[in-house]
Design a protein around this ligand. Structure first.
Ligand code: SAH
Ligand code: SF4
Length: 340
């Protein structure tokens, strides 16, 4: 049976028309699926009985079971979902004064094995389907009884290694007949998969891009992120410069702060030099220590590093550490569950 959320609007419409239904039925179904967040064909009360029966006979809406829900002191909600094959992924809802952001996963596990990352340590299991990516948004909205504004593809997995399903999910969530979330309200976070960055620059609608940088020293970056041996720092920077020439959009860099490793005054100068041709914002995140090798710098060390960046004209913000008391850093909840 086909998961209905794996079909784009056009694919659904074509399928319906080929089976003697009307083109506008696609719009009604999108309304139920993505505006009303319906997870059951029987509840789609304005569809004819024959259409409902047709949908039930040909499609499923896959279920996401809440395996664990945690709420942090600052209100951040994190859910570990059980998928239909028993695999698990997590999503996080972050509450800001006037809007809600979701952080969602793109793969079960990740093949890239970054040294500091809990997801990477558990290896790769499988890609999520477009439907499973979209459904994290639907089920999370239903769970928190709220509407999302921004969606960041920054949970478990490497989005550009599941490119087609990620783009399909964005196009569906962006579709005017569905949730109609603005394209610039989506952010894809990548470890630096160059072919993915190049492909994205050719999409009709381009979401925001965030790149996990963590070091501007090629050797150090390869130590932290093995993928850097394949797509080296200099090639990555060249590809980002090209991307920005086309999109004109500011690029965000994620930069975890590791004591005695990547946040000295010298590092600040290297960052400024290496990224001088890119319009950017740096998100500084004190490392979440999943491994004894990586410690957080002290507040003083962070503040000296940030002042130096500022003096060099590099915009950097210390990321508000929402949800640290519930292990909201990617992959950690799943790891704990699978270990226990
Ligand atoms: N694979 C993509 C997106 C998922 S990882 C990527 O790497 O960008 C999402 C973010 O969480 C990345 O910026 C990653 O570097 C960060 N991250 C992973 N483990 C972390 C940890 N232990 N502490 C802080 N940030 C971490
Ligand atoms: Fe994969 Fe991103 Fe974790 Fe690296 S940081 S292992 S790319 S999920």
């Amino acid at each position: 049976m086909v998961d209905i959320q794996n079909l784009s609007y056009d694919e659904l419409q074509e399928y319906l028309v080929n089976n003697s239904f009307k083109p506008y039925n696609a719009s009604q179904i999108f309304d139920w699926l993505y505006k009303k967040n319906s997870t059951d064909f029987n509840s789609m009360s304005n569809l004819s009985k024959s259409l409902r029966e047709f949908l039930i006979g040909n499609f499923v809406i896959s279920n996401m079971k809440i395996m664990k829900k945690s709420k942090s002191n600052d209100g951040t909600v994190k859910i570990l979902w059980e998928l239909s094959d028993g695999q698990t992924v997590e999503s996080v809802a972050l509450f800001h004064p006037n809007h809600i952001t979701f952080c969602i996963s793109t793969q079960v596990g990740c093949a890239l094995g970054c040294e500091f990352c809990a997801t990477g340590r558990n290896g790769f299991v499988r890609d999520l389907s477009a439907a499973e990516i979209i459904n994290q948004v639907i089920f999370l909205e239903n769970a928190i009884k709220g509407s999302v504004k921004n969606i960041v593809y920054m949970g478990m997995g490497e989005p550009f290694l599941n490119y087609d399903n990620v783009i399909k999910s964005i196009n569906t969530l962006n579709h005017p007949k569905g949730k109609n979330i603005g394209i610039r309200n989506f952010t894809i976070s990548t470890s630096g998969i160059i072919p993915g960055i190049d492909r994205l620059s050719n999409e009709e609608k381009i979401p925001r891009l965030s790149v996990s940088l963590h070091s501007v020293d090629n050797k150090k970056r390869s130590y932290l992120m093995p993928i850097n041996s394949k797509y080296s720092l200099d090639d990555l920077i060249t590809s980002l410069e090209k991307f920005q020439k086309k999109t004109k959009d500011r690029i965000t860099f994620e930069y975890i702060l590791i004591k005695n490793f990547n946040c000295s005054i010298e590092d600040a100068h290297q960052i400024s030099k290496k990224l001088k041709n890119i319009k950017k914002m740096m998100n500084l995140i004190p490392v979440n220590p999943v491994d004894k090798r990586f410690k957080r710098p002290s507040e003083d060390e962070i503040s000296i590093f940030m002042k130096e960046l500022e003096a060099l004209g590099v915009t950097a913000v210390l990321r508000n550490e929402k949800g640290t008391d519930i292990d909201a850093a990617c992959g950690q909840l799943r790891r704990r569950i699978s270990e226990s």
